[in-house]
Write a protein that binds this ligand. Structure first.
Ligand SMILES: *Cc1c(COP(=O)(O)O)cnc(C)c1O
Length: 381
């Protein structure tokens, strides 16, 4: 079955008694036991809830993993995954990762004895060099946020496998491409995480997170952490995520088509000095992108030629909304240096290229001519 079909089949007829096409919202905290020592499979909704189970099964199917887990946010999913590790363990992380991932590692998990080295994961050599005897995981984002750097998932999983001292997990934050375009578990990764608040739900109306793994023993550990710590996704939000998920393929196809047209238009604009979009012919790592993903996604960033321009653009846009987040049907524009990446120190930001002239677009499904016209008038002096 093709991925677009699998996406639409998500959560289809999960209620066998009524045959409801849409998964019902099981708004219940607890479930009656038929008799002592007997359970319907559902006891208490922190542990398991039928609406959440439908979305967990859907993401496990789409990512081609053994089991999926739904959390209250992307960061709750990341937190649960980081809880797999112990004091003294070391992780290697993509340096221009999501700001919240950086913050949770630097300001929270260091308290519990985890250490992290942030490297440019588009350079496999840097990943190899960062290995320590205590390295337990490599956490990747590809393409990265906001500079769209491409990491070679296969090459990095083979570095992790070749490490004989102990198993190293490769964890991929697949938020930017979704399983419609990229399925890291099929490329050798061990765990996939998502902010479902972005492309998977797709309508800027729910905060949620997901994790999927292949190895049954690893899934059991993640399930234990999910139940033990309790940052689960509620039934209403699970339903919203399922509802949004069904149109993922259609949305992303349109977003990608729009993004490519906008990237090309921006490239030719006199006030734009650089455009970061993996679909552009000269984008670094484009060949790797094409070897591991079915497309380029709907995210792009661009650099304007004067630090006064970002504020002007953000003030003048009418169709594009000046708002954080990404992946929804509405086009959003963000200023990474002060919004999504504020927790990364200024000198690191500058070195990474997250400058005061960089703007990021999450391209929506509007008519692309309208988005381009909006950008054109916003960039005009
Ligand atoms: C948004 C985002 C997160 C965090 O997810 P929340 O749902 O906001 O908690 C993590 N990783 C990436 C790449 C994101 O874009």
């Amino acid at each position: 079955m093709k991925i677009s079909t699998k996406i639409v089949q998500s959560g289809l007829v999960t209620d066998k008694t009524t045959g409801a096409i849409s998964t019902p919202i099981y708004q219940t905290a607890t479930f009656r036991h038929p008799e002592l020592g007997c359970s319907t499979g559902y006891d208490y909704s922190r542990s398991r809830n039928p609406t959440r189970k439908a979305v967990e099964e859907a993401i496990a199917t789409l990512e081609e993993g053994h089991a999926g887990f739904a959390f209250a946010s992307g960061l709750a999913a990341i937190t649960a995954i980081l809880m797999l590790y112990r004091p003294g363990d070391h992780l290697i992380i993509t340096e221009d990762c999501y700001g919240g991932t950086y913050r949770i590692l630097e300001q929270l998990f260091t308290q519990f004895g985890l250490s992290a080295t942030f490297v440019d994961t588009s350079d496999t050599h840097q990943v190899r060099q960062a290995l320590q005897p205590s390295t337990k995981a490599i956490l990747l984002e590809t393409p990265t946020n906001p500079l769209m750097k491409i990491a070679d998932i296969r090459a990095i999983t083979s570095i992790a496998c070749a490490n004989n001292a102990q198993p190293i997990h490769v964890i991929v934050d697949n938020t930017f491409l979704s399983p419609y375009l990229q399925r890291p578990l099929t490329l050798g990764a061990d765990i996939v995480i998502h902010s479902g608040s972005k492309y998977l739900s797709g309508h800027n109306d729910v905060i949620c997170g997901l994790a999927v793994a292949c190895d049954p023993a690893l899934c059991e550990k993640i399930g234990f952490i999910q139940n033990a710590t309790g940052a689960i996704l509620g039934p209403q939000d699970s339903w919203l995520l399922l509802r949004g998920l069904k149109t993922l393929a259609l949305r992303l196809r349109q977003q990608e088509e729009n993004a490519l047209a906008i990237a090309k238009w921006l490239t030719a604009h006199p006030n734009v000095t650089k455009v970061y979009y993996p679909g552009l012919a000269d984008h670094p790592g484009r060949e790797i992108q094409e070897s591991q993903a079915a497309g380029y996604g709907g995210m792009l960033s661009f650099v304007v030629d004067h630090p006064r321009l970002p504020a002007q653009v953000l003030r003048k846009v009418k169709i594009l909304q000046f708002a954080e987040s990404l992946g929804g049907v509405e086009s959003l524009i963000t200023f990474p240096a002060v919004q999504t990446h504020a927790d990364i120190p200024a000198d690191t930001r500058e070195r990474l290229g997250i400058s005061d002239c960089l703007l990021r677009l999450s391209v929506g499904i509007e008519d692309v001519d309208d988005i381009i016209a909006d950008l054109a008038q916003a960039l005009e002096e």
